[in-house]
Design a protein. Structure first.
Length: 281
């Protein structure tokens, strides 16, 4: 059912008998444009025109590769299923709105028909023509709206079912995409954490290496310098503060005795000692 609806969508956008391209591209990736042309029994330019129209709305994507033997570029096409379903969803919503508008007109207005010509007109148009057909001058008859109303309701119901199916399909695709993105984000986060941990280890190793290099350089510098003995300073007694107001005492001068008197005294002592020795004998 999904493929059939996509058929209709492609034919609305690209023209009649272009829906066959959906059968070739659906569920596949990077299909050679020459293969598409062969299966559709069209020329390569006709196929490219169809694909370019679909590409303008983002329904297909392509990559190109250069043919090494022939030297020209070959395009490979992929049908973007999610984009197609979104486009189909909006198309079905527009159809439902149009059908509801027609149904409302059928339920509220009257229509007239010319049986010989099979032409149906609104009441305003019939009034302008004097309730007679422009083609055959036959008098208009009041049209029975019951059958068009039933047909329109059936079309609305059928289109709403298709819309629900498309939305369910979109929901499944989006859930798959969200899970895929979650897995990719989780993987990227894990790789980022591993990278940060590795950078942390590398920086720590670099800091350690720099610190070791600094220690080595300081050791080399200390070995080159000659050791200097530290000279201890003598402890000096603290000077007693001198009062400025205190008056200086006069210093007494002592007169020195002449050195001759000392020599005489020594001679007298020597004489006395000799006399004592003589007596003792």
């Amino acid at each position: 059912m999904q493929v059939k609806l996509l058929h209709n969508l492609v034919e609305e956008m690209a023209g009649e008998n272009t829906g066959r391209i959906v059968d070739i591209l659906f569920g596949k990736k990077d299909v050679n444009e020459f293969l598409i042309a062969k299966k559709m029994e069209l020329t390569i330019n006709q196929v490219r025109n169809i694909l370019y129209k679909l590409s303008a709305d983002g329904l297909v994507s392509f990559i190109r590769k250069k043919d090494k033997r022939k030297g020209w570029y070959i395009y490979y096409w992929t049908l973007k299923t999610e984009k197609c379903l979104v486009k189909l969803e909006s198309s079905l919503i527009e159809k439902i709105d149009s059908f509801n508008h027609v149904l409302g007109s059928r339920e509220t207005k009257r229509f007239y028909v010319c049986n010989p010509c099979g032409i149906e007109v609104s009441e305003e148009k019939a009034l302008e023509n004097g309730f007679s057909c422009d083609e055959c001058a036959e008098v208009y008859e009041l049209s029975d709206n019951s059958k068009p109303i039933r047909d329109m309701k059936a079309r609305i119901t059928r289109t709403e079912k298709n819309l629900d199916m498309i939305r369910e399909e979109l929901k499944i695709i989006r859930e798959k995409e969200s899970k895929k993105r979650a897995r990719i984000n989780k993987k990227n986060e894990k790789e980022e954490n591993e990278r940060k941990a590795l950078m942390k280890i590398v920086r720590a190793a670099a800091r350690k290496k720099i610190a070791e290099a600094k220690i080595e350089t300081t050791k080399k510098i200390t070995k080159k310098k000659t050791p200097v003995k530290a000279v201890k300073k003598k402890a000096t007694k603290p000077k007693t503060p001198v009062k400025k107001s205190a008056k200086k005492k006069p210093v007494k001068t002592v007169k020195k005795k002449p050195a001759v008197k000392k020599v005489v005294k020594k001679k007298n002592l020597v004489k006395k000692l000799k006399k004592k020795l003589h007596r003792g004998k």
